[in-house]
Unconditional design. Sequence first.
Length: 168
Amino acid sequence: MKAKNNPGFRAWFYFRNGWSMYFAFILAAINTLTVTYYLAIEKMPFLKIIFPTFAVYIMLAVSIGIPLLVTIGYLHYKRSAAHKAEIDVSMETDHYRSRFLVNSELILMLQLKIIPIIVKIAKNEKITNEEIKDIDNMQNMIKEHNENRTFKNKLDIKFMKEKISKQD
């Protein structure tokens, strides 16, 4: 069944994203600030000196917390292997994403073979048999890959892993 024809599942998807990204996030932040202040800080006199009121606690927590969390988020995406692992898992489990990436890679490979030939034709130069053979080989490889791949046999993932290992 196609997702377009199933508004219930689409609504469920949007609901879960709205809940987890916005509603639950905001409630969790408010809950954490409230609980930590009223159950921990208010009961400890030395912390009450640093945070005399709930408003002061929120201002300090926000002024320190937001830059700290932005930095942690940046490090997660730009400097850690964790994000790469998340992308790898996403590519392995989301067959549409891997299919899109492989299709883009195949189109790029084909364009890089075709453009020099188009330039030669524009200059009225002769195309060599080797260039024609390269295009035929590329066409056959793409045709074979397209005929054999399915969302279940993971040929797209295998293709990308081979491309990545050649670049390393």
